[in-house]
Design a protein around this ligand. Structure first.
Ligand SMILES: *Cc1c(COP(=O)(O)O)cnc(C)c1O
Length: 380
């Protein structure tokens, strides 16, 4: 059986967990939490990062930090994971869903401006498959309307927006950005996440919200002589044993990314040579890089996609479709303003993700490709 995903273990996780245990501090914000945060900040030039127990938590922190209130509007793509919307809905926000691009499941930046109203309090972009949203276009609009941008960079570790000025890491554009280290992501610790704070004025409050509404982080740095309840918040920080696991992964980020990109390119080569007119291949816009997070194909129609999933399963390969658009979800359908989002609906019905994980072999990729090739009759 070829699974859809298999979490990669670098080999040093237990060594660092043992060390964390030996150090005697295994609750949050210990040695490995700090090591992870320092490393991430240095490697990608983020102003400040805080490890969280999930990307969902990081998004919830973002919604609290931006003071999202009942009635506020937040714009985001419909083709995304539940958490992107949920974090803001919990604060009472009304979600204004944007459609995907026609060539890519990421948000259609051209549809953004007309969704802005006097009540818009945030724009949340999602870098689908680790491929950048058009951040130049989004940031220009956001600046013009003075609306903060949050990046859901759950899938976008070590991926970049590219233009004539060079490349800039995803997660460094928004005032706040959220990453995931869930076991399905490139760098993982089972369940985990990270909030990146690019606006210096938000750092102090972020630390307070992170530590149950207390100024405990300041206290431990010796900046205040007692700590207490000063704001809202929750327990958003992971145990240091989790951070120790994550640290092993962060040390290996280069190897992990290279391997995943190599596998991604190998899939692309196989499908390009076949050149079947019933199968569309992923498009990486020229303003984006590929971090090898996900390889998907887009089938000609829903029926073919469903049959292919069954056929792969019968041949011991697990391939999976992706999001059901949030504007059409049982929870949000009645709250949505009724606009059709045809591109989001299209990708929901036609997209199929193929197995992609560190230990996948070229032979297995060839096998998966052959099963697909033998199943689909191309018209050309
Ligand atoms: C994985 C993912 C999340 C949720 O991440 P968790 O760490 O599981 O909370 C949110 N948004 C997107 C786009 C994701 O891919």
């Amino acid at each position: 059986m070829i699974p859809f995903n298999k979490p990669h273990i670098t080999g040093r996780e237990l060594e660092f967990i043992s060390d964390a245990v030996a150090c005697g501090h295994i609750s949050g914000n210990g040695k490995y939490t700090k090591l992870c945060q320092q490393r991430v900040e240095k490697q990608w030039g983020f102003h400040k990062s805080l490890l969280t127990t999930s990307c969902t938590d990081a998004l919830e922190m973002a919604a609290i930090l931006l003071n999202i209130m009942p009635g506020d509007e937040v714009i985001m793509p419909s083709f995304t994971f539940v958490s992107t919307a949920l974090a803001f809905v919990r604060q009472g926000a009304k979600i204004v869903f944007a459609d995907s691009r026609s060539d890519h499941p990421g948000m259609d930046e051209k549809s953004l401006e007309k969704l802005i109203t006097k009540r818009t309090r945030a724009i949340v972009v999602v870098h689908y498959a680790g491929v950048a949203t058009n951040m130049k276009a989004v940031m220009e609009i956001a600046h013009r309307y003075q609306i903060p941008v949050v990046e859901d960079a759950a899938q976008a570790i070590d991926s970049y927006f590219v233009d004539a000025n060079g490349k800039q890491p995803l997660g460094s554009f928004g005032v706040l950005s959220a990453f995931s280290f869930h076991e399905t992501k490139n760098i993982q610790c089972g369940e985990g996440g990270m909030l990146v704070i690019n606006a210096p004025e938000l750092v102090k409050r972020a630390e307070i919200i992170w530590e149950k509404g207390t100024n405990r982080a300041e206290f431990f740095r010796g900046e205040v002589n007692k700590y207490g309840w000063v704001d809202t918040g929750s327990s958003f920080l992971p145990a240091d044993t989790i951070a120790a696991f994550l640290y092993a992964q962060l040390l290996d980020v280069k190897t992990i990314q290279e391997k995943r990109i190599e596998l991604w390119n190998n899939y692309l080569r196989l499908f390009q040579n076949w050149n079947c007119n019933r199968v569309r291949l992923p498009v990486i816009p020229d303003f984006a890089t590929n971090n090898g997070h996900m390889f998907y194909i887009v089938l000609e129609n829903f029926e073919l996609r469903q049959k292919l999933i069954q056929h792969l399963k019968a041949n011991d390969v697990l391939a999976v479709f992706h999001y059901l658009p949030l504007h059409d979800s049982p929870f949000y359908k009645d709250k949505h303003d009724g606009r059709e989002l045809p591109n989001a609906a299209f990708f929901a019905d036609h997209l199929l993700r193929l197995p992609l994980f560190f230990e996948l072999s070229f032979e297995q990729q060839q096998q998966i490709f052959s099963i697909i090739k033998d199943f689909i009759e191309c018209n050309s």
